[in-house]
Design a protein. Structure first.
Length: 190
């Protein structure tokens, strides 16, 4: 991971999907989980908005950047693979993962989503961004891609507030632009 990549990633603003939707959910704070937190833009924003955040990141350089960014805030950054994370049942009022779940194969992703679902308390919510099958990286077997309809089926008992897809040339954190197909989900547990 080169210096430009990390420098770009440090500048990243919190995802609009999170900042626009969270206030509408009126969750009132509590514990939040941020999987694949990168340099901590979302974790920092959540802490400033009343949440105590568990953030998980497997890249040491990104985890360190997240720790620096979130210093003094109620953010606990764990360096590690979120596939190994100890998901506590019902701990979180919010679980988020912005463009991070695609980086595990589909079968692992399904299991991960079950863990996320268990770890969210009744009335809590998920705000997730995953990739769709038209994404430039869609031939990678070590990643996961969902159609919008397929992703909807994973949340049968949840109230889906928002399920949208976007296609277009979008920048990566490296600054490189590639064709991306993104699926955004906001759902609340009954
Ligand atoms: C596209 S970046 C998004 C970062 C951040 N969520 C954001 O929106 O700025 C994906 C992040 O997920 C992390 N990641 C990917 N697979 C992971 C895994 N298995 N465990 C923990 N972190 C992971 C990567 O290191 C990277 O920082």
């Amino acid at each position: 991971m080169n210096g430009d990549f990390v420098a770009n990633a440090r500048q990243k603003l919190p995802a609009k999907l999170l900042t626009e939707w969270l206030p509408r959910l009126k969750l009132g704070g509590g514990n939040a989980l941020d999987l694949g937190c990168g340099t901590g833009a979302e974790a920092e924003w959540l802490a400033h908005n009343g949440f105590t955040v568990d953030a998980v990141e497997k890249s040491p350089i990104m985890a360190q950047a997240a720790r620096e960014r979130c210093q003094g805030l109620a953010v606990n950054v764990t360096l590690g693979d979120f596939l190994d994370f100890n998901f506590e049942r019902g701990k979180y009022s919010l679980a988020t993962a912005i463009n991070a779940l695609p980086f595990v194969a589909k079968d692992r992703c399904r299991m991960l989503i079950e863990d996320i679902q268990k770890s969210v308390a009744p009335g809590g919510a998920v705000i997730l961004a995953v990739y769709g099958p038209d994404h430039a990286w869609a031939n990678r077997a070590d990643m996961s891609f969902w159609t919008k309809d397929e992703f909807a089926t994973v949340w049968p008992d949840w109230t889906v507030h928002n399920l949208e897809e976007f296609r277009g040339d979008l920048p990566l954190m490296s600054g490189e632009t590639i064709f991306q197909h993104r699926i955004h989900l906001v759902a609340q547990k009954p």
